[in-house]
Design a protein around this ligand. Structure first.
Ligand SMILES: NC(=O)c1ccc[n+]([C@@H]2O[C@H](COP(=O)([O-])OP(=O)(O)OC[C@H]3O[C@@H](n4cnc5c(N)ncnc54)[C@H](OP(=O)(O)O)[C@@H]3O)[C@@H](O)[C@H]2O)c1
Length: 259
């Protein structure tokens, strides 16, 4: 898809990967609609041009208001980037139920809710792309992140299905699986903290801007799955070929967690 003049709706756009996406898509000539909870940050990112919706994506009324405001201003939505998401670093067997529900409300149900609101417009247009931000944790289960992994596996599966459901109507769906990205994500988790060994791997992290570039290039070439950095594909292949070995390594990192 050529992005000049296209309308791009980005969730979780006040910070991190979402804010970097706003810059990457604007620099390609796209018109933006941005949603997150913090209005001041959104207004800074939107630079007086974007449609701004400040509110909690877990609320269906907020999601509906965002899509309505976007269609009212632009009359169409070409790209939906379901980016907002949150982590949970608590072992699955003792994770507080409310935290798990809150995470799934944002990471899964809000993604589905936004998709259901936007796809009818894309079908009418006969074109559009839904971009869902999953994770490396949606390709290989990370034991310090078991339930977050489950939410990101679900997002990836939903995106693959959506692509097959809508291909004939001209609507495309793309999954993005970032590795470690340098953002406030680790500090914003609902509960728990990453294992110490993971903190040390932070030096291999990519920036939000690098991640956003990979996403924008993926949309331009109608990619099905974007893994960034690409070394993530190696982890997936290694896990498929040597499951016990890779599980053992991942468990080793998990044991560094303060249980
Ligand atoms: N960082 C990584 O290493 C990494 C790796 C793989 C995948 N990912 C995924 O990438 C996506 C973006 O992560 P990030 O690193 O950019 O995280 P981040 O820096 O914590 O940013 C999260 C964004 O989502 C918004 N948000 C959070 N809860 C919200 C809610 N209930 N309603 C509306 N907006 C909400 C936040 O804004 P407000 O606080 O203003 O609402 C912020 O704009 C997530 O889906 C994450 O799972 C991240």
């Amino acid at each position: 898809m050529h992005l000049q003049g296209k309308v791009v709706l980005i969730t979780g756009a006040s910070d991190g990967i979402g804010a970097a996406c706003a810059h990457a898509f604007r620099s390609r000539g796209a018109q933006l609609s941005l949603i997150a909870r913090t209005r001041e940050k959104l207004e800074r990112v939107g630079a007086d041009e974007a449609v701004i919706t400040a509110g909690d994506l877990k609320d269906p009324a907020v999601r509906a208001a965002c899509v309505e405001a976007t269609l009212l201003r632009y009359g169409r939505i070409d790209v939906l980037i379901n980016n907002a998401g949150v982590g949970l670093y608590v072992p699955s067997w003792r994770a507080p139920e409310q935290d798990v529900r809150d995470m799934l409300e944002l990471n899964l149900y809000a993604v589905l809710g936004m998709t259901q609101l936007v796809v009818p417009a894309m079908k009418r247009q006969g074109a559009g792309t839904v971009v869902n931000i999953s994770s490396i944790a949606g390709l290989v289960t990370l034991p310090w992140f078991t339930l977050y992994s489950a939410s990101k596996f679900a997002v990836r599966s939903m995106t693959d299905g959506l692509r097959m459901e809508l291909r004939k109507e001209g609507v495309h769906a793309m999954t993005v699986c970032p590795g470690y990205v340098r953002t406030g994500f680790q500090e914003n988790v609902l509960a728990g903290r990453p294992p110490d060994k993971l903190w040390r791997m932070r030096r291999f992290a990519i920036t939000a801007e690098q991640c956003a570039e990979a996403i924008a290039r993926g949309v331009e070439r109608d990619a099905r799955t974007v893994v960034t950095p690409r070394i993530g594909w190696a982890l997936l292949a290694a896990r498929a070929l040597f499951p016990r070995l890779i599980d053992g390594r991942l468990e080793g990192i998990y044991r560094g967690l303060d249980l």
